[in-house]
Structure formats: structure tokens, C-alpha cells
Design a protein around this ligand. Structure first.
Ligand code: HEC
Ligand code: HEC
Ligand code: HEC
Ligand code: HEC
Ligand code: HEC
Ligand code: HEC
Ligand code: HEC
Ligand code: HEC
Ligand code: HEC
Ligand code: HEC
Ligand code: HEC
Ligand code: HEC
Length: 273
């Protein structure tokens, strides 16, 4: 069965050698010339030669090599070839230095194939490496604590450049609310830093502030024409002062003795006296 008898080995090699000689079309003398002749030390591998044996890498660069195709050749990276020489596999830092991004470790964990360097795979929970290019988003998440600050960047951006919709993970407060409206109140990386535009309709406040919404709908006073956002301007939870709009309409003695307008007018959402 495949056991090699001691006597078989030399015969095997002789047969192999003979086959090689025939295939290559060399005479014995020819080999000597090939190995020892002047032209052999001048024989240099070119990038085209690499393709003969390394089809996969060659095709990857040709089809998808981007700047590793246009700016460098196989030989810029693979200076030596195995068996001879030491500079076989290059370090990225040989050519990429001087940016915060290039100080990361494990370049190949994301740039999974140096022959198609922009095929980027983001695995695991990744935050810090993103900050090497997007420091602003990192600061926003850090400076304004929310549940989003607890998530990794790629929990939401699971492919580079992909922007998720809020609806992938959340229900709207009321039916028909649009994505741009969500973002109008909640910036994605600081969702509890809630600021809204002046034209925000009162219906957007209603799901959470039913009492005031009902009062405002039913009141007969002149305040009824205003939206919530008209008085509660810009920033969530802000409470306006009556005098910002009204000044001090009554006699000074009334305002001195009763500085809080609500004492008589009871509720701005349903003014009474
Ligand atoms: C005649 C076929 C042939 C040609 C031409 C050739 N190689 Fe190779 N190459 C091989 C073989 C066989 C190996 C495996 C050697 C080993 O593992 O010791 C190899 C290994 C390598 C390796 C190392 C792979 C590893 O796993 O460490 C690199 C890099 C490489 N070649 C690059 C090149 C480049 C660049 C060129 C063109 C300049 C080239 N090769 C031309 C046959 C070839
Ligand atoms: C920008 C630098 C760069 C260029 C250009 C480049 N390579 Fe490589 N190559 C690498 C690196 C880095 C590795 C090691 C990858 C790894 O460890 O996974 C590698 C690995 C290889 C290997 C070994 C593959 C394996 O699976 O072990 C071969 C073969 C190879 N390259 C051939 C080529 C050929 C042929 C070309 C030109 C068509 C080329 N390379 C161009 C950087 C380069
Ligand atoms: C022999 C030099 C050399 C080596 C080694 C090298 N690169 Fe490059 N690489 C370049 C050059 C030159 C460019 C084009 C200029 C630039 O973007 O800096 C480039 C561009 C890139 C790009 C952008 C490609 C594009 O088209 O925008 C990526 C990503 C990249 N390299 C990753 C790597 C990684 C990862 C390694 C290590 C595995 C590596 N490079 C090793 C020379 C090299
Ligand atoms: C966590 C994943 C990750 C790691 C680790 C990583 N990169 Fe990148 N790299 C990226 C992403 C994402 C881009 C941006 C691609 C784009 O512009 O669309 C990029 C872009 C690049 C570029 C082209 C743009 C530029 O800034 O020059 C180069 C070159 C590069 N990386 C080299 C490296 C090197 C070298 C390492 C290791 C020191 C490395 N990368 C480690 C994800 C990574
Ligand atoms: C090497 C620098 C680099 C790294 C590292 C990097 N990015 Fe980017 N990123 C860019 C560049 C440049 C763009 C804009 C070009 C584009 O759209 O590809 C971009 C675009 C984006 C966009 C889309 C922006 C828009 O306005 O459409 C998102 C989202 C994003 N990156 C998230 C990430 C996340 C998450 C990570 C970490 C996993 C990361 N990036 C790592 C350079 C980087
Ligand atoms: C909870 C999900 C979520 C997390 C976590 C998250 N993002 Fe985003 N990111 C988004 C959404 C949604 C947008 C779109 C915002 C918009 O259109 O205004 C966005 C937009 C971006 C953009 C485009 C520019 C901008 O600021 O609008 C970049 C770059 C980006 N994110 C990077 C990051 C980085 C880096 C991290 C981690 C430090 C991160 N993101 C964490 C959801 C998230
Ligand atoms: C990939 C999933 C994902 C996406 C996309 C996402 N979020 Fe979140 N968000 C979460 C998780 C997880 C939490 C914490 C648990 C929870 O409240 O559901 C959270 C919490 C929140 C909170 C409460 C924060 C706190 O600390 O109380 C707000 C507000 C919020 N998200 C708004 C948004 C908005 C607005 C968008 C779109 C711009 C968005 N989210 C996109 C996953 C996501
Ligand atoms: C008019 C402003 C406004 C709009 C528009 C808005 N939100 Fe909110 N959202 C808030 C306020 C205010 C809170 C309560 C914050 C708090 O608890 O302090 C909140 C809370 C949340 C929370 C935390 C959990 C909860 O329900 O209390 C999530 C998640 C959320 N919003 C997602 C969204 C999404 C998704 C959209 C778009 C469909 C959206 N929001 C539109 C103002 C708004
Ligand atoms: C998703 C629910 C939600 C939405 C939508 C919402 N709020 Fe609120 N609001 C709250 C919660 C919860 C509080 C109390 C917690 C806090 O102070 O953050 C609050 C507090 C307030 C306060 C301060 C109350 C006090 O006693 O000091 C005002 C004013 C207010 N909201 C106005 C608005 C206005 C105006 C809108 C619409 C533009 C709105 N809210 C939309 C949930 C919401
Ligand atoms: C953002 C501005 C604004 C704020 C804040 C505001 N008001 Fe007014 N208020 C108005 C305007 C405008 C009118 C209508 C004036 C007119 O038509 O003459 C009005 C009308 C009134 C009226 C007359 C109602 C009627 O039907 O005749 C009273 C009383 C009043 N406000 C009291 C108050 C009190 C008390 C507060 C504080 C709790 C307050 N307002 C806060 C803008 C405001
Ligand atoms: C005319 C201006 C005005 C309008 C319009 C208005 N508010 Fe107010 N709101 C105020 C003032 C002033 C206070 C503070 C009253 C106080 O000092 O007790 C207040 C207080 C609040 C509070 C705190 C709890 C309370 O009742 O005192 C909430 C919540 C609130 N408003 C929500 C809303 C919502 C929701 C709407 C729209 C449906 C709305 N407001 C419309 C002026 C207004
Ligand atoms: C002592 C009780 C009292 C106090 C305190 C008070 N008001 Fe009045 N306010 C009244 C009465 C009574 C009227 C007249 C009601 C009417 O005409 O129907 C009135 C009327 C008004 C009107 C309508 C005036 C007009 O010309 O139509 C405004 C606006 C008003 N008050 C604002 C305020 C503001 C702002 C404060 C606090 C700075 C305040 N009031 C404090 C009792 C008070």
C-alpha cells in the first residue's frame, strides 16, 4: 500500500529528474548553462511573473486593489521571495505613518486583505478605532451621557458608512412621525440633548404631556392659538417667564405684592383670573 521500499527512492528521483528535463526541454548541458550562465544572475522577477504562480493575489489587486494597485507594485511590498531574503511580508508601518489612524494595532483585522485594502470588515464591538478618524462623534457620546453612549459605534453602524434609521430599534412617539422629525429633537449621538425647531407641532408633545395638551385644546383664552414650542422655545423642559412677553402689565404695587402671575392667572395653559 503506499509504503516506500528502501530501494525505490533513487529510482523515483531519477524518473522525476528525467521528466523535468524532458518537459523543460533542456539538455544536461543546457541546465548547467541556465544555472551558471551569465543571464541567470540578471534574471529578475517582474510583477507580471508573480501572476503566473499567485493568481489569487494578482486577481484581487487587479480587480479591487485601489491604491495598492495604482500606487505600488507587488515588488514594493514583497521585496524578497521565500527561501531567499527576509523582507517577504511587509509591515503596514513601512509606508503608513504619521496619522493617528496608523497607530492602531491589528490593521489586518479590519483591512482583511492587503490586496484589496478597502474591503473593510468590522467585527466585534468597535469604538476606539473609529475615533482615530471621527473624534467629534466620540466626544458627543462621552460629553452627553445616554444609553447610546453605552453602545459600540458598530452596534448601530454595522458596516462602514452605513447610517441606521431610528426605527430599526425604536417606535415613534406617535404615528406618522418621520425620521427627520426624530433627528429634529434627538441628535443621534446625544439623544437626550433635546432641542426642537420653532415650527414643531404641538401634537409631538401631546403623547407625553396629555394634561397641558388637553387644557390648551379646550381653553378659550388668547393663548390657545400658540403651539407648545412657541412658548417653550428650543430646548426641552425650558419654562418661559410671563414677563418676557408681557412685561409688567398691572400696577407696580400688584407686581410687588404678588410677583408670581400664576397666583391670579392660575395656569398659562388655561388662563383664569
Ligand atoms: C514559479 C512560481 C512563482 C513565482 C513566479 C512567484 N512565486 Fe511567490 N511563491 C511561490 C511558491 C511555490 C511559494 C511558497 C514558498 C514557501 O512557502 O516556502 C511562494 C511564496 C510567496 C510568498 C510568501 C507567502 C507566505 O505564505 O509566506 C510571497 C509573498 C510571494 N510568493 C510573492 C511573490 C511575488 C511578489 C512574486 C513576483 C515578484 C512571486 N511570488 C513570484 C511561487 C512563485
Ligand atoms: C501594499 C503591499 C502589498 C502589495 C502591493 C502586495 N502584497 Fe502580497 N501581501 C502583503 C501582505 C501584508 C501580506 C500578508 C497578509 C497576511 O498576513 O494575511 C501579503 C501576502 C501575500 C501572499 C501570501 C498569501 C497567503 O495567503 O499567505 C502572496 C502569495 C502575495 N502576497 C502575493 C502578492 C502578489 C503576487 C502581489 C502583486 C500582484 C502582491 N502580493 C502585492 C502586502 C502586499
Ligand atoms: C510599500 C508600501 C505600502 C505598504 C507596505 C502598505 N501600503 Fe497601503 N498604501 C500605500 C500607498 C502608496 C497608498 C496610497 C497613498 C495613501 O493612501 O497613503 C496606500 C493606500 C492604502 C489604503 C487606501 C486605499 C485607497 O485606495 O484609498 C489602505 C486602506 C491601505 N493602504 C492599507 C494598508 C494596510 C492595511 C497595509 C498593511 C497590511 C498597507 N496598506 C501596506 C503603500 C503601502
Ligand atoms: C477598526 C477597523 C480598522 C483598523 C484596525 C484599521 N483601519 Fe484603516 N481604515 C478603516 C476604515 C473604516 C477606513 C475608512 C475607509 C473609508 O474612507 O471609507 C480606513 C482607512 C484607511 C486608509 C485610507 C485612508 C487614510 O486615512 O489614509 C489607510 C491607509 C488605512 N486605513 C491604513 C490602516 C493601517 C496602516 C492600519 C493599522 C495601523 C489600519 N488602517 C487599521 C478601518 C480600520
Ligand atoms: C481612516 C479613517 C476612518 C476610520 C478609521 C473610520 N472612518 Fe468612518 N469615514 C471616514 C471617511 C473619510 C468617511 C467619508 C467618506 C465615505 O463616505 O466613505 C467616513 C464616513 C463614515 C460614515 C458616513 C458619514 C456620512 O455622512 O454618510 C459613518 C456613519 C462612519 N464613517 C462611521 C464610522 C465608524 C462607526 C467607524 C469605526 C468602525 C469608522 N467610521 C471608522 C473615515 C474613517
Ligand atoms: C445608537 C446608534 C448610534 C451609535 C451608537 C453611533 N451612531 Fe453614528 N450615527 C447614528 C445615526 C442615526 C446617524 C445619522 C444622524 C443624522 O443623520 O443626523 C449617525 C451619524 C454618524 C456619522 C455621520 C456624521 C454625523 O455626525 O451625522 C458619523 C461619522 C458617525 N455617526 C460615527 C459614529 C461613531 C464614530 C460612533 C461611535 C463613537 C457612532 N457613530 C455611534 C447612530 C449611531
Ligand atoms: C441599532 C439600534 C439603535 C438605533 C439605530 C437607535 N437607537 Fe436609540 N437606543 C438604542 C438602545 C439599545 C437604547 C437603550 C435601551 C432603550 O431605551 O431601548 C436606546 C435609547 C435611546 C434613547 C433613550 C436614551 C436614554 O439614555 O434614556 C433615546 C432618546 C433614543 N434611543 C433615541 C434614538 C433616536 C432618535 C435614534 C435615531 C436617530 C436612535 N435612538 C437610534 C438603540 C438604538
Ligand atoms: C418634539 C420632540 C421629539 C420628537 C419629534 C421625538 N422625540 Fe423622542 N423624546 C422626546 C422627549 C422630550 C423624550 C423624553 C426625554 C426624557 O425622558 O427626558 C423622548 C424620549 C425618547 C425615547 C426614550 C424612551 C421613551 O420613549 O421615553 C426614545 C427611544 C425616543 N424618544 C425616540 C424617538 C424617535 C424614534 C423619534 C422619531 C420617530 C422621536 N423620539 C421623536 C422628544 C421627541
Ligand atoms: C417622549 C415623551 C416626551 C415628549 C415627546 C415631550 N416631553 Fe416634555 N417632558 C417629558 C418628561 C419625561 C419630562 C420630565 C423629565 C425631565 O425633566 O426631563 C418632561 C418635562 C417637560 C417640561 C418641564 C416640566 C417641569 O415640570 O419642569 C416641559 C416644559 C416640557 N416637558 C415641554 C415639552 C414640550 C413643549 C414638548 C414638545 C415640543 C415636549 N415636552 C415633548 C417627556 C416628553
Ligand atoms: C411667548 C410669549 C408669551 C408668554 C411666555 C406668555 N404669554 Fe400671555 N399672551 C401672549 C400673547 C401674544 C397674548 C395675546 C396678546 C393679545 O392678543 O393682545 C397673550 C395673552 C395673555 C392674556 C390674555 C388672555 C386673553 O384671552 O385675553 C393673559 C391673561 C396672559 N397672556 C397671561 C400670561 C401669563 C400669566 C403668562 C405666564 C404664566 C403668560 N401670559 C405667558 C404671549 C405670551
Ligand atoms: C403661552 C405660553 C405657553 C404655551 C402655549 C404652552 N405653555 Fe406650557 N408653560 C408655560 C408657562 C409660563 C409655564 C410655567 C407655569 C408655572 O410657572 O407654573 C408652563 C408650564 C408647563 C409645564 C410644566 C408643568 C405645568 O403644567 O406647570 C409643562 C409640562 C408644559 N408647560 C407643557 C406644555 C405643552 C405640552 C404645551 C402645548 C400643548 C404648552 N406647555 C404650551 C407657557 C406655555
Ligand atoms: C392680583 C391678581 C393678578 C396678578 C398677580 C396678575 N394679574 Fe394679570 N390680570 C389680572 C386681572 C384681574 C386681569 C383682568 C382680567 C380680565 O380683564 O379679564 C388681568 C389681565 C391680564 C392680562 C390681559 C390684559 C389685557 O389688557 O388684555 C395680561 C396679559 C396679564 N394679566 C398678565 C399678567 C402677568 C404677565 C402677570 C405677572 C407679571 C399678571 N398678569 C399678574 C389679575 C392679576
Amino acid at each position: 500500500m503506499g509504503i516506500v521500499q528502501p530501494g525505490e527512492r533513487p529510482i523515483f528521483f531519477v524518473v522525476m529528474l528525467a521528466m523535468i528535463l524532458v518537459l523543460e526541454g533542456f539538455s544536461f548541458f543546457g541546465i548547467v548553462e541556465y544555472v551558471y550562465g551569465a543571464e541567470s544572475s540578471d534574471a529578475v522577477l517582474t510583477t507580471k511573473d508573480c501572476a503566473k504562480c499567485h493568481k489569487k493575489e494578482f486577481a484581487a489587486i487587479r480587480d479591487n486593489g485601489v491604491k495598492h494597485r495604482s500606487e505600488v507594485t507587488c515588488l514594493d511590498c514583497h521585496i524578497d521571495h521565500p527561501l531567499l531574503g527576509e523582507q517577504i511580508i511587509p509591515k503596514c508601518s513601512q509606508c503608513h505613518s504619521g496619522k493617528k489612524h496608523y497607530e492602531l494595532t491589528g490593521c489586518l483585522s479590519c483591512h482583511s486583505d492587503p490586496h484589496q485594502p478597502m474591503e473593510i470588515i468590522i467585527k466585534g464591538e468597535v469604538t476606539e478605532p473609529c475615533l482615530s478618524c471621527h473624534p467629534k462623534q466620540g466626544e458627543e457620546l462621552k460629553d452627553y451621557a445616554s444609553f447610546h453612549s453605552e453602545l459600540s459605534c458598530n452596534y448601530c453602524h454595522d458596516k462602514h458608512g452605513y447610517i441606521p434609521e431610528c426605527f430599526k430599534c425604536h417606535e415613534p412617539h406617535l404615528e406618522g412621525q418621520t425620521l427627520s422629525e426624530c433627528l429634529g429633537c434627538h441628535p443621534a449621538h446625544l439623544p437626550l440633548h433635546i432641542q426642537y425647531p420653532l415650527q414643531t407641532p404641538s401634537s409631538h408633545c401631546a403623547p407625553c404631556h396629555e394634561k397641558q395638551s388637553v387644557l390648551m385644546k379646550e381653553t378659550y383664552t388668547k393663548h390657545r392659538v400658540f403651539t407648545c414650542a412657541f412658548c417653550h422655545r428650543g430646548i426641552h423642559t425650558i419654562i418661559p417667564e410671563c414677563f418676557h412677553c408681557h412685561g409688567e402689565p398691572h400696577s407696580p404695587s400688584i407686581h410687588r405684592t404678588m410677583p408670581d402671575c400664576i397666583t391670579c392667572h392660575l395656569d398659562p395653559h388655561n388662563l383664569k383670573t
